[in-house]
Write a protein that binds this ligand. Sequence first.
Ligand code: COI
Length: 361
Amino acid sequence: MAFALNTYPITYRAKFSDGNWSEEYLEKPHKTSEEEAAMSDDDLAKLQDSRNCYADMPLVNYTSQYGLACFEGLKALPQKDGGLSLFRPDKNAARFYRSMEGLCMPPFPEKFFLSACIETVKRNAKLGFYPHYNSDWEKDSFMTADSVYVRPFTMSEGGIGVNLSSKPWVYVINTPVSAYFSANNSDAVISDRIRATPNGTGWIKACSNYVISALAKSEALKAGYMECVFLDAAHRKYIEEGSSCNIFFYLKSGELVTPELGDTILPGITRASIIELARDKGIKVSERQISIDEVMGETKECFVSGTAAGATPITSLTYKGKKAVFSDGRVGDFSADIRDTIKGIQYGTLPDTKGWMMRVI
Ligand code: COI
């Protein structure tokens, strides 16, 4: 299973109107999970496509025309003891609220967000739609482990003029996912493109931000890399983030550096968790500007972080044709340790001493 869409049957939808959010859970067409597993690929694809269609939604709207929307991504992870737990959903709820405020939409109450995430996962699991813990995942540090990806997002009301959304919908869908990045390539390249500009929307989880990411990432893939990395817009000098993830550099000096938050960097929840875990391990962590020259000369290890990315090692970075190789091209000890710690907490093989996991079933 890769990072592909296979929407589970239960979807949540809320609509803002007359100052209130009205909520509903929709049960889209499905068979039992066992019957679906036995279907031909074509028939299953048709059924899954039908779960992704909403005939009562306006086609022309500020989201489809101008990209005015935001989203979240969080995971419900199968636990070693057989349950299913969400990772820090309160943080996604708070960020979604800020994103909607940033896009001048009526913000979605955090308690609605939380209960919609919990309930969709719970209701889909009750119908048999959830991945089961597999101890084989421990062999590759959960890099290929499955989980339920919970995707809350906004959709605007119908409209054609350039406008803000005052009556948005919020949807929450669930889909099973596995590894986001390919396992056999961990090379990255600096993109010539600019992901975010000062006073723009880079700090918001805005859908429109991902247009540049998609272009830059496809260029990187075509050139044989796994990932692209952006430099800042103003100086074309400082590291910002990857195509859909934050980035960390473990320097030869022993300092762990990640670009400081500002209006061009997404405040990642995995990013914040890694900072906390690394500090607990006694590592000096700095959120600061880091130039491409410093990175090329001083990096011992590098990894990208995010809900989808987890903590994925980057073993080389190419800039203007020059390639810096980290840890002799292998996954470094520190990157492996951080990845194993966060994955262990998420999948329940390590104690959740910080209370980050929220049990769903
Ligand atoms: C995530 O890490 O979940 C994200 O939101 C990135 C996504 C574009 C794959």
